[in-house]
Design a binder for this molecule. Structure first.
Ligand code: ME8
Length: 612
């Protein structure tokens, strides 16, 4: 039997999962389920990256013992899998004994071989990436992935001879389909060819968390060196049955930010340990939420577990898989989810199943025996094409091909009007339509597992495999309709702020009456009669009168913090007298509870510039 070993990245447990984590697991799950219905022997692995320093830092911030914090969060990632019906065969945690043993063994192996040596490291370390960065990696002195300044570190460290394997890595990466999609392959190749491949620091000194190196008790193994090994340790390398059966991995599913680790560092570790290379690195893009970047480190994320209390897990799976083309970045929004749920799931699929079951129940309450198959109906069903799209990881296109058939079935019902038929003709049409929704339940089972089961239950059929996705197999249908597959999502369920936004809108004409200007705070004085107020003198640029503004900033800003700050002022506000002092404008600021933060333009804009 053909085997298929698929993995996801293992997630840091420094916080709760975000929608990007759910997305990656859903992609891998769909592929695992697809290969299962093809009759392959699938092993699907996911898990958590427990030993990272950033987990330990987060535990400290949360004032919890590290072990407890990591255990608690790992449980939430396991719950994420349950909530989204992720069919992983195992959930690995890198704090498992066998994994620790494995990490130490391959570290030893590479050390004995001379691939690991002691040295000293100096460089910028980004805790978000858990990696040293070079100056070239930084944008405005910050890590572009985490938008934070990395810290400078100097420490004694063990190094892994990454440079030794450069040629082998280039040849592996150049081989066809090792990295998919192509642009992600080209990025890695370009970097390999243009940069010097420096040896990798693979130990950290005196850390309280992590796996101790087998050669020096003062050092723990660098988290990436340990984490990547999960793909092999979970199979009980070297003697385990699973290792013999499933390795090499058929697909490592990962996000674009960690491609280098999987396509360069992981192969080098494997070359050094004499372990066969994985067959494929499948790189997906990043999700944004309502257009903005998400990540735990940036503190901007959607909690997928919470989301699944509001919407069916299948609908979330569907929108993520259908909306985004694998490899590209994509956006998640509740609006897109609602629209696809209502139109494609409730209308196209839900109505089809409901109409067919109603017709079958009404006309054949005692059962419907196998009848002639309507060839015209199935002429638009192209399973070979769907399979080849899935083999090419074009999940969204495969789904749209399945939908072509759903739409064809709906069109067929409208055109043929089976409710006007009788006798053999009616039998033929209803039998064919029941077969079509049975086939759909097979084709959809990887994408919408709960929905597929609901359809099967009403059809009174067992789950099928891809070979059974052809018409004319069922001998007798005794169906029982049970409720509807998808309740429509009402606008009400959308976030209240979205609805409020619709209520009180102003038009652009009204807005443009405001004369907003960039101003420089020239002087700051105390208000003689009010403890919380400052009197500010604002410079509005050459040829403009200065403005005097009374402002309640005293509790939030010291005088010296305000002097020379560029701010935005409303210049054409009616003048007011506040506690005896004239105020000629107002400053724009963000306000949250007691916190006030002045809106500030970039430093290079001219004073007096209009704000539009
Ligand atoms: O990188 N959209 O863990 P992690 C889609 N522990 N995917 C995203 C994403 C987004 N906005 N943000 C992150 C790690 N990901 C390491 C992996 S593997 C041996 C060690 C993806 O919790 C990310 O690219 O930061 C990665 O594939 C996965 O989520 C886990 O990210």
């Amino acid at each position: 039997m053909k085997k298929f070993y698929i993995t996801t990245a293992i997630d840091y447990v420094n916080g709760r999962p975000h929608i990007g984590h759910a997305y990656e697991k859903i992609i891998a799950d769909v592929l695992a389920r697809w290969h299962r219905i093809k009759g392959e022997d699938v092993f699907f692995l996911t898990g958590t990256d427990d030993n990272a320093q950033k987990n330990a830092e987060a535990a400290k911030e949360a004032r919890k013992p590290i072990k407890q914090f990591v255990n608690d969060n790992a449980k939430i990632f396991q719950e994420l899998c349950k909530v989204f019906n992720i069919s992983n065969d195992y959930f690995i945690r890198t704090t498992e004994k066998r994994h620790i043993k494995f990490s130490q063994e391959i570290f030893s192996k590479s050390f004995k071989k001379g691939d690991i040596y002691k040295g000293k490291y100096e460089g910028y370390y980004c805790l978000g990436c858990e990696a040293f960065l070079t100056e070239k990696d930084l944008v405005d002195e910050k890590c572009p992935e985490h938008n934070k300044k990395p810290e400078w570190r100097e420490e004694e460290s063990y190094f892994f001879k990454l440079s030794k394997y450069k040629d082998k890595i280039i040849s592996l990466v150049s081989s066809k389909d090792f990295i998919i999609p192509k642009d992600k392959k080209n990025e890695i190749l370009a970097r390999l060819k243009s940069e010097e491949l420096k040896d990798l620091s693979v130990s950290r000194k005196n850390t309280e968390w992590g796996i101790i190196t087998p050669i020096d008790k003062e050092h723990s193994i660098y988290v990436w060196y340990d984490a990547l090994g999960n793909y092999v340790s979970a199979l009980d390398y070297p003697k385990g049955k699973k290792f013999k059966k499933y390795w090499p991995a058929d697909v490592h599913v990962i996000g674009k930010g960690i491609n280098w680790f999987h396509s360069v560092i992981w192969p080098a570790i494997l070359f050094s340990a004499n372990i066969t290379q994985p067959k494929r690195i499948l790189v997906h893009g990043y999700l944004t939420v309502n257009g903005s970047k998400i990540s735990k480190s940036l503190g901007n994320s959607i909690d997928p577990i919470e989301l699944a209390t509001k919407y069916p897990a299948d609908s979330i799976r569907y929108v993520l898989l259908r909306e985004v083309s694998l490899g590209d970045d994509g956006d998640f929004s509740e609006e897109a989810l609602t629209s696809r749920h209502n139109n494609e799931l409730a209308n196209d699929l839900g109505n089809l199943v409901s109409r067919v079951l109603t017709l079958a129940e009404k006309n054949f309450s005692k059962g419907l025996k196998k009848s002639q198959v309507d060839k015209k109906l199935f002429s638009k069903l192209n399973i070979k094409k769907i399979d080849s799209l899935m083999e090419n990881f074009e999940i969204n296109n495969a789904l749209s091909e399945v939908w072509k058939f759903i739409n064809e079935c709906n069109k067929h019902i409208n055109q043929e009007k089976p409710w006007e038929m009788k006798g053999k003709e009616l039998e033929k049409h209803i039998y064919s339509l029941l077969e079509s929704i049975r086939i759909l339940s097979i084709l959809l089972s990887p994408f919408l597992p709960e929905t597929s089961n609901k359809i099967l239950k009403q059809l009174n059929q067992k789950p099928g495999n891809l070979k059974e996705a052809k018409p004319g197999l069922v001998k007798i249908y005794k169906v029982k309709k049970e409720g509807i597959l998808f309740n429509k999502i009402e606008e009400k369920m959308l976030k209240p702020d979205k609805i409020e936004n619709n209520l009180d809108k102003i038009d652009i004409k009204e807005f443009s009456k405001l004369d907003l200007r960039v101003a420089r705070i020239k002087e700051v004085g105390d208000h003689p009669d009010a403890k919380k107020l400052y009197i500010l003198i604002l410079d509005l640029g050459k040829g403009e009168h200065e403005l005097q503004v009374v402002s309640g900033l005293k509790e939030n800003y010291k005088k010296e913090e305000l002097i020379n700050k560029r701010v935005i002022v409303i210049r054409n506000l009616k003048h007011a007298v506040i506690r005896g002092i004239e105020s000629q404008g107002m400053l724009l600021a963000a306000v949250f509870k007691d916190k006030v933060s002045l809106a500030q333009p970039d430093k290079d804009i001219e004073i007096g510039a209009k704000v539009m």
